[in-house]
Design a binder for this molecule. Structure first.
Ligand SMILES: Nc1ncnc2c1ncn2[C@@H]1O[C@H](COP(=O)(O)OP(=O)(O)OP(=O)(O)O)[C@@H](O)[C@H]1O
Ligand SMILES: [Mg+2]
Length: 509
């Protein structure tokens, strides 16, 4: 070992099995210092598993080795040992404690925090949290509870914890491992993330980023490492690969053409009508959604999209009216307005229950008390949805907690569709899902609207908005600032409309 070996991680011959599933299959690769490596692969290909072995959560099979900054590191590792080797993580589920404050969460998992959190002065915790946040260039309230934060802010808090604190010897973090950090970030916070990633790599840190946003890979990564069914299928410099080249590598031979969107039913009945809805950030919103159409809603933070989601999920309004199929709805859920939340881990699925049980919960609601409880029926229904959305593994009895992040998202959509909604409200539906799954999800949405379902799509993902929406409404200061038909907008003109809707076409509903 030389006196000052270059930072970096090398892993050799890593295999991990869960029962019949081989999550990692003899994977060997390197994450060199000063380099941004994009760790890519379809949902369930083994990316998070690799990261969890690195962080000491999972144990690889015999024969696996790990070298950190030139030194052999025993496996299985532990959270403490890997932290003292200078490696920091932002996990896919963030690992924040919702009831604790920003400052306390930043303190957790750091050596000055873990064992002694109760003994150090709260003012020190707050001061160190401020320092950590200023290092990554964000300014959250250290005393705010995690539960009160927007998902994007929670991710920044986890990033501050991972990267915002120098090592004990004052050195920069040796490796920064980020599992889908951008999935929950809005466009502005994505810039914060990218700045941190570039700065870390420039200072010699080995950065690993898991992402399904292939445009992000093109702009950020130096190298790509691609997993498929747990096996390493590509390990190379990014070169001049485009987004579609990357999609082909990620999907392999499975890449298939997407079928065109069916044309929406025109002149169909209005399923959902909001008139003059007022909340903290909605200022008299009017909105109609017809059977068979997907209405996409975009807006900058604070312009009302968050309140619209909350209202459609049942939050009370100050004034205005909401009609479902021309009738005032006492309870939107009972009237058939079903929401798929962005934060599926909190509200979308019950992780401890199986895929079949989660889907059955929805149809129990649909059929009420008259429904006979018959596990075979649940199993059959679950299999139908597993096939429709290509949920992997195709096992109705698998606990949802054991599924990869993207597959959990599919279960949450299946659960909503299985309840036969009249209006489906989708928040960030393809957040964290791979390119192939994105297609499965948009096909499922197409099929449902083809059957007359009305869909409200609230998303910060512009590509998704342009691809799925029949109409796009841009909210501005709590009302519809502009509205566009399918095809009227491009990525660039959407950005323009978001920043100043008065420049573009005026809209009403
Ligand atoms: N604790 C577990 N128990 C059983 N199976 C598991 C467990 N963790 C992961 N798996 C399985 O291992 C495989 C790899 O999962 P992993 O979470 O690594 O995927 P991923 O590449 O991170 O996917 P995503 O992009 O959806 O997050 C999947 O088939 C998953 O169902
Ligand atoms: Mg994952």
């Amino acid at each position: 070992m030389s006196a000052n070996p270059a930072p970096g991680i090398a892993l050799d011959n890593w295999s991990v099995r869960f029962g019949a599933t081989t999550a990692l299959d003899q994977v060997s690769t390197e994450f060199p210092g000063g380099t941004v490596t994009a760790l890519l692969g379809e949902n369930g290909s083994g990316k998070s598993t690799l990261i969890k072995v690195l962080s000491g959560l999972y144990t690889p099979s015999r024969g696996a080795t790990l070298t950190v900054t030139g030194a052999a590191h025993a496996l299985p590792t532990t959270g403490e040992r890997i932290a003292s080797a200078g490696i920091r993580f932002l996990h896919q589920d963030l690992g924040l404690v919702g009831s604790m404050t920003v400052a306390e969460n930043i303190a957790l998992g750091n050596r000055y925090g873990t064992a002694v959190l109760g003994r150090i002065r709260p003012s020190t915790v707050v001061r160190r949290a401020r320092e950590a946040m200023s290092i990554i260039g964000v300014d959250l309230d250290p005393d705010a509870s995690i539960d009160s934060l927007h998902p994007s802010q929670r991710t920044l808090c986890a990033l501050a914890r991972a990267y915002g604190q120098p090592l004990a010897d004052g050195e920069a973090v040796h490796a920064l491992i980020l599992d889908e950090p951008s999935a929950t970030l809005d466009p502005v916070d994505t810039h914060v993330l990218h700045r941190v990633v570039r700065r870390a790599a420039a200072s010699g840190t080995a950065v690993v980023v898991v992402t399904h946003r292939l445009d992000e890979v093109v702009s950020l990564a130096d190298r790509i490492v691609v997993l498929r069914h747990g096996r390493l299928v590509e390990d190379a410099p990014l070169g001049n690969r485009s987004v579609s080249d990357l999609a082909a590598v990620v999907l392999g031979a499975a890449a298939a053409a997407r079928r065109p969107n069916p044309t929406p039913l025109s002149h169909s009945e209005v399923r959902l009508r909001l008139t003059g809805v007022v909340t903290d950030s909605l200022a008299g919103l009017d909105l109609d959604v017809r059977a068979g159409e997907v209405v996409g809603v975009a807006g900058l933070l604070g312009d009302g999209t968050e309140d619209l989601s909350a209202v459609l999920a049942g939050r009370t309004i100050r004034s205005g009216s909401i009609l479902v199929e021309d009738k005032p709805a006492k309870s939107l859920v009972h009237a058939g307005v079903v929401t798929v939340p962005a934060d599926r881990r909190r509200a979308g699925v019950v992780p401890a229950l199986s895929v079949a049980e989660n889907i059955a919960l929805a149809s129990h609601r649909k059929l009420g008390l008259l429904r006979r409880i018959d596990p075979r029926v649940d199993d059959r229904e679950a299999r139908t949805w597993i096939a429709a959305l290509d949920i992997r593994p195709a096992d109705p009895s698998a606990p949802v907690a054991s599924l990869s992040g993207g597959n959990q998202q599919k279960v949450s959509l299946a659960k909503a569709l299985a309840s036969s909604p009249r209006v489906l409200v989708l928040n960030e539906p393809t957040q964290g899902v791979d390119v192939g799954a994105r297609r499965d999800i948009s096909d499922a949405i197409d099929a449902a609207t083809g059957d007359g379902l009305a869909v409200v799509l609230i998303t910060s993902d512009h590509e998704e908005l342009l691809e799925l929406s029949d109409r796009i409404l841009v909210l501005h200061r709590g009302v519809v600032g502009a509205s566009f038909a399918r095809g009227e907008l491009t990525g660039a003109s959407l950005l323009e409309a978001l920043s100043d809707p008065t420049l573009s076409k005026e809209g009403t509903r």
